[in-house]
Design a protein around this ligand. Structure first.
Ligand SMILES: C=C(NCc1c(COP(=O)(O)O)cnc(C)c1O)C(=O)O
Length: 401
């Protein structure tokens, strides 16, 4: 006859730290079964109690339990009020750009993912949205902004040269003209960087990468605080319909629960590999924001948790394109493949793969040369990764024909 013991609220508090939020945010126990891990709700439609009276959900494209749980998880991890999930990182970019009226202007950093460049130059332009690229946005943003400018698009660190942007510096200028700032945070994940805390209005991720972290889900997400942005993007999420499946949301929600463990391990490996590359006579230059020598190390210390560099890096190898390709053929642990952010380490040549679609002159203006190799460090043992890089470098020497 004792009063029931008040069970503590299951939902984690916003005051909880990242690891606790990663495990518990967006993870209510099933109220009927008590299941600790959320069920996968594959139903595409939901019964209504009377005409126009849904009991809960209506139709899966508009909303479903697994997507909402995942969206709540990312909102908590990016310290945002809202998050919306899409069927890929590219679908996220497309939906945000489609929120702009024809005649709008966007200023973007030059060094962006090849697919983002493709959308900006071949799709958005066809819809009357003009995009100006710049390799030095902090310096020339004020002269590039026009009365039509609606959006600033930043990747920091950028794909694949690992260039950084001082988000606060750009946001302060943009906000004076009522312009929104979008930061693509894919390369660092919410564990290492939270762009909204530095003045960004929207943060986007290819969930395909670090957030899911196991190279088995294609997905994207946007997180933000504005009610007006929520109303606009929620409408477009449903109207365009580029949404992820409940199963993908369930998988990505499982993946994100270990993000803090994977991101720290990948950062540790990134630094070890970057240091080994810096010491090699076969390497011309290394791009890694975790190195003291990085040209924007001060910005990394300001914006990255504990100054971590993340798991992504790139380097220029002596011997040009042929040497870069030899390196990628010679690695034994690093897999030659596109994408990044998974538990397995990957290697690629952006000029011939992920960024091939960008015209050579524009590619090289952004620092993407034919001899540039991009590395995604996974969570293997760093000693093995360094040994693999060293043995592969010994094979890049392009001997006489
Ligand atoms: C597939 C690769 N990038 C995808 C990507 C995207 C697109 O995400 P998708 O989930 O692949 O559509 C957006 N932003 C950045 C910074 C990205 O790196 C790659 O670089 O290998």
């Amino acid at each position: 006859d004792h009063a029931p013991i008040e069970t503590p609220p299951r939902a984690p508090s916003p005051t909880h730290r990242f690891g606790t939020l990663a495990v518990h945010a967006g993870s209510p126990h099933d109220p009927v079964t008590g299941a600790v891990i959320e069920p996968i709700s594959l139903s595409t439609t939901f019964a209504q109690s009377a005409v126009g009276q849904p009991i809960g959900y209506e139709y899966t494209r508009s909303a479903n339990p697994n997507r909402e749980n995942f969206e709540r998880s990312i909102a908590a991890l990016e310290r945002a009020k809202y998050a919306l999930a899409f069927s890929s990182g590219s679908a996220t970019t497309a939906t945000i750009l489609q929120s702009l009226a024809a005649g709008s202007h966007v200023v973007s950093v030059s060094d962006v993912y090849g697919g983002t460049h493709r959308y900006f130059t071949k799709v958005a332009s066809a819809h009357g949205v003009r995009v100006t690229f710049t390799p030095s946005i902090e310096v020339d943003i004020e002269e590039l902004i026009t009365t039509d400018t609606k959006l600033i698009w930043i990747e920091t660190p950028s794909n694949p040269t690992l260039s950084l942007v001082d988000i606060r510096a750009v946001a302060d200028i943009a906000h004076r003209s009522g312009i929104m700032v979008v930061v693509d945070n894919t390369f660092l994940s919410p564990y290492i960087q939270n762009p909204l805390e530095h003045g960004a209005d929207i943060v986007v991720h290819s969930v395909t990468k670090y957030i899911n972290g196991h190279s088995d889900v294609l997905m994207g997400v946007a997180a933000f605080n504005s009610d007006a942005v929520m109303e606009r993007l929620k409408f477009l999420q449903n109207a365009i319909g580029a949404v992820p499946s409940p199963f993908d949301c369930w998988l990505a929600h499982r993946g994100v629960k270990t993000l803090h463990l994977r991101a720290r391990e990948a950062s540790k490996n990134g630094l070890m590999v970057a240091q080994a590359l810096e010491q090699s006579p076969h390497v011309v230059a290394v791009n890694y924001p975790g190195l003291p020598s990085h040209r924007q190390r001060k910005t990394a210390l300001k914006q990255h948790r504990d100054g971590l560099g993340g798991g992504m890096l790139s380097f220029r190898v002596k011997g040009g394109k042929e040497a870069a390709e030899r390196f990628c053929q010679a690695t034994q642990i690093f897999t030659l493949a596109e994408s990044l952010g998974g538990v397995e380490s990957l290697v690629e040549v952006p000029a011939s793969m992920t960024h091939m679609g960008i015209p050579k002159d524009q590619r090289e203006a952004a620092g993407v040369f034919d001899d540039l190799v991009r590395i995604s460090c996974g969570v293997e043992d760093g000693v093995d990764l360094v040994a693999d890089v060293r043995q592969a470098l010994e094979k890049v020497v392009v001997g006489p024909k």
